[in-house]
Design a protein around this ligand. Structure first.
Ligand code: AMP
Length: 193
């Protein structure tokens, strides 16, 4: 059965970039809650409107909205999903386990991308997204730091053999290699070894 993977780590740690690589070269499906929220915002849906103010402040969108959104976005079983930007809270992590259980999928594998927070803030500041202004960035990191330890513990305790911490300060290719090892995947020809 395809593995489902949870990507944990600070904003700017490179989770989205690595998720894209796994999607393009390894058949995973990236499920980025931030991307889905931005698409909803652009399309002017009720969800996009409800989430807008939270996103502009860098606040968490309420758990019930996010959990329903993820439930609706789950691809059919058989496709390995990379959860990018989800869960960000313990209730979200619990809801994810429940959803995967209902779908007869096992517990997810968790990868924590560890990065120097100063470096991560710099990355965001140069990325230029609408919510990448100084105040919002500061708040996003506050929230990240407030949830980080509890989330890491949740996954490390739940299934220690399925929890991996990766040094995301390293060059992108090194991080990909480390990720492939953690997920027990062979490097594809497109990935430099
Ligand atoms: P991201 O693209 O992951 O940086 O997320 C952008 C924004 O979307 C965040 O600052 C939050 O406002 C919101 N968001 C994304 N994922 C979540 C989540 N799992 N829970 C709550 N809010 C989220």
């Amino acid at each position: 059965m395809a593995t489902n993977v949870v990507f944990l780590g600070a904003p700017g740690a490179g989770k989205g970039t690595q998720a894209q690589i796994l999607q393009q070269q390894y058949g995973y499906r990236q499920l980025s809650t931030g991307d889905i929220l931005r698409e909803n915002h652009k399309a002017g849906t009720p969800l996009g409107k409800a989430a807008e103010a939270y996103m502009q402040r860098g606040d968490l969108v309420p758990d019930d909205l996010i959990i329903k959104m993820v439930r609706d976005a789950l691809p059919p079983s058989g496709v390995g999903i990379i959860f990018d930007g989800f869960p960000l809270t313990i209730p979200q992590a619990q809801a994810l386990d429940e959803m995967l259980g209902e779908m007869k999928r096992g517990l997810p594998q968790a990868v924590y991308f560890s990065i120097d927070l100063g470096a991560a803030k710099m990355r965001l500041a140069t990325r230029g997204r609408e919510d990448d202004n100084a105040q919002t960035i500061h708040h996003r990191f506050e929230i990240f730091e407030s949830q980080r330890d509890a989330l890491k513990r949740y996954y490390a305790d739940e299934a220690p053999s399925r929890f991996t911490e990766i040094d995301a300060d390293r060059p992108l290719e090194d991080v990909t290699q480390r990720l492939l090892r953690a997920l027990k995947l062979r490097p594809s020809p497109g990935v430099a070894s």
